[in-house]
Design a protein around this ligand. Structure first.
Ligand code: ZN
Length: 695
């Protein structure tokens, strides 16, 4: 474990800034803490609101991440009031939380970490608490005390497993008090606590102890053989990705279920070497069931992953894919049955409130899917499982991996404080856990719709010929709504293989699609008499065939998911009220409209809704309304090009300008379950154009 401390980076920092600095160094190393995990603290003298001197514990706030924490993210608690709990016999968790809140120096500050008392009861000024992989490898074994003593001798106090809370904090304080030589406490199946008189020595102690654990584990290592023989070698990379793209939608649909009240999940595929090696080993199914390495991992991975048994041999033939899909279904049903028993056996009332679906799905030879409410959480779950494998590997190397039993898991997973922490997350948005593929997304209507759907929680696969345009859109969505929320793909929707690639990418990144916004279009202006055949054909390629290719691939993927879907076609007022010199555009858009209606007829039984939006005269940031088109249309109406927008505004019944945001509102409604009774419909967003009323 590398020591990242540099004195010149800390010159002139006050003690709170130093605490934040040290915390970020710890947070930067995933083998010490995973995102959001671990906590750090400082005890110091402060002055309270009445000017009295008071001893204060500054500790990481609940919900902060050590990797990005700032000096303002450490709520202060009066130590005297915390220490009053040191001798307290019993206290339920809610009482403890209420107590902590009453100790806050500033009632407005963020809630303190639920591990606050671990820090408060230790006499040391600076305290670090981490969940380091190498330390877990020592403690997640059949005989943890022996391995901890072998690695650390008298330098560490060993504390048997107990769920975090008042009692654990008291036991840690007693164990440390009984071991005057100790420089650290090792908490069985949980992690490490270190301390120091100043920020640097505390950090140094953390790194030194973890390094010793790493050296000890490495000295015992028997290599990958700790998981037995490789009985299911990885399939070739191209086959893995092709099969994952085909199977992910089915898995996503099975996990989501058909119950509309159950939240959708997004799926993320991961076929890194450590995953493939672990999943393919003889002992993997048994190891995977042995439980998470620490309570911190449990909150991401749940108590067990789902391990699927794939058919033998190559997986990409149709028959093998079918057999793999059947295995997924069977194994998921077994998992669900197990999960129900787990909750019933160990839990009391209220247990059913926790999502009982698997978050980690291992397919030997293929890779791992992680499934959660959004791409960011699916990614974090994957990160955690990589570390879980590292811990199991270390533990197997020095002994036999042994972890939290199911009762322990249940007590953590259904712990009111954890449930509370989870409930602090922002409430789900209307399209949370859903995925939309938007074509022609670089500008205008497509971009406006992508941004609006994303603002309601949707994940976006944005595509366009304009690579820079979709890349900047994806970056904008991620900046607004968080990492993983959008991918940009340059693609020509008239190219069958490229369209296939879009849906494969959607399946690998998110598990499939729920919404299609088929928007890409071109507008060619010419009287038919003088029109070139190539211009006619190009209009049909983009405005008709492109929509056919996207819709066909969408229907196939949605049927594999089996949870319905919504196809939204951006058509045109021209379909119902064509104008002269607009023949190639109007005829090809009419073909698109008829395509949509046929799709509605053919796919209603599968719960796939297909609707059209007829906008009119959306000029803003439009790729359609080129200067040439403006001039042509102005000529056709007998006005100047700069009068065109005003001409269109006055022409509609409401006398109103229509924007991309207006179209996006209509698309949002059609994408959402609020329009669940609507299919085969044309929704106008044109300010009211009498000759273009749908009929
Ligand atoms: Zn902890």
């Amino acid at each position: 474990m590398r020591n990242l401390w540099k004195d010149d980076a800390t010159a002139g920092l006050d003690d709170l800034a130093l605490l934040a600095h040290r915390s970020r160094l710890i947070g930067a190393e995933p083998a010490l803490v995973l995102r959001g995990g671990g906590n750090t603290s400082l005890k110091r003298d402060e002055t309270d609101f009445r000017g009295r001197g008071v001893r204060v514990l500054r500790i990481k706030g609940s919900g902060s991440d050590l990797a990005s924490i700032g000096a303002g993210d450490f709520p202060g608690l009066r130590l005297d009031d915390l220490e009053a709990l040191r001798a307290r016999r019993t206290m339920d968790d809610q009482e403890m939380v209420d107590w902590l809140l009453r100790c806050l120096v500033d009632p407005q500050s963020p809630r303190p970490s639920i591990e606050t008392l671990l820090h408060a009861f230790l006499p040391h000024t600076h305290v670090d608490h981490t969940h380091a992989d190498a330390v877990l490898a020592l403690t997640d074994t059949v005989d943890p005390r022996r391995h901890v003593e072998a690695a650390f001798g008298a330098d560490a106090a060993f504390v048997p497993y107990r769920r975090p809370g008042l009692r654990l904090a008291q036991e840690v304080a007693l164990a440390v008090g009984d071991a005057p030589q100790a420089r650290a406490a090792v908490l069985e199946k949980h992690g490490l606590i270190t301390w120091g008189a100043d920020a640097r020595s505390c950090y140094d102690a953390t790194i030194a102890m973890v390094s010793r654990a790493e050296t000890f584990v490495a000295g015992q290592s028997r290599g990958a053989a700790v998981f037995g023989a490789l009985v299911r070698p990885p399939r070739p990379p191209a086959e893995r990705r092709a099969v994952a793209a085909r199977i992910a939608p089915r898995l996503r649909g099975l996990i989501a279920g058909r119950d509309a009240a159950v939240a959708r999940v997004v799926l993320r595929f991961d076929d890194a070497d450590d995953i493939l090696d672990f999943a393919g080993r003889e002992a993997a199914p048994q190891m995977a069931l042995a439980g998470p390495a620490t309570p911190d991992h449990l909150m991401y991975t749940r108590a067990r992953p789902l391990v699927v048994t794939p058919p033998e041999g190559p997986l990409d033939a149709a028959a093998a894919l079918e057999r793999l899909g059947a295995s997924l279904e069977k194994d998921l049903a077994k998992y669900t049955a197990w999960s129900e028993v787990y909750v019933r056996k160990h839990g009391g009332a209220g247990g059913a409130a926790v999502d009982a679906r698997p978050r980690v799905v291992l397919v030997p030879g293929l890779g791992m899917f992680t499934a959660w409410k959004d791409a960011h959480h699916a990614r974090m779950t994957a990160d955690v499982y990589h570390h879980a494998i590292a811990v199991m590997q270390g533990a197997q190397a020095i002994g036999e991996y042994r972890s939290l039993d199911l009762k322990d898991c249940h007590d953590i997973e259904y712990w009111p404080l954890e449930l509370y922490r989870m409930s602090m997350a922002p409430p789900p948005r209307e399209l949370s856990g859903r995925v939309a593929l938007v074509t022609g997304a670089a500008r205008g209507i497509g971009r406006g719709i992508a941004l609006r759907l994303a603002s309601e929680g949707c994940h976006i696969v944005a595509t366009d010929l304009d690579r820079d345009g979709v890349d900047s859109l994806a970056a904008q969505i991620e900046a607004l709504h968080g990492p993983g929320r959008a991918i940009g793909m340059a693609a020509d929707i008239t190219d069958e293989a490229a369209v296939g690639g879009l849906f494969d990418a959607a399946a690998l990144a998110y598990g499939g699609v729920d919404v299609i916004v088929s928007n890409a279009g071109i507008a060619h202006v010419s009287p038919i008499e003088t029109m070139e055949l190539a211009d006619w054909k190009r209009s049909f390629d983009v405005n008709a065939t492109g929509h056919f290719l996207v819709a066909r691939a969408a229907i196939r993927q949605m049927k594999a998911q089996g949870i319905g879907g919504s196809l939204i076609f951006i058509a045109s007022k021209n379909v119902l009220a064509p104008g002269k010199d607009f023949g190639a555009y109007s005829a090809s858009k009419a073909a698109q409209t008829q395509l949509a209606r046929i799709l509605a007829i053919e796919n209603g039984a599968a719960g796939v809704r297909v609707n059209l939006i007829n906008p009119d005269a959306i000029f803003q940031d439009s790729g359609l309304w080129s200067q040439a088109l403006r001039e042509e249309r102005a000529r056709a109406h007998g006005i100047r090009a700069d009068e065109l927008e005003e001409f269109y505004r006055r022409r509609n019944l409401l006398g109103i300008r229509v924007t991309a945001e207006d179209v996006a509102e209509a698309a949002l409604w059609l994408a959402s379950d609020r329009s669940s009774r609507t299919t085969g419909c044309i929704l106008t967003v044109d300010g009211g154009v009498r000759e273009a009323f749908p009929r």
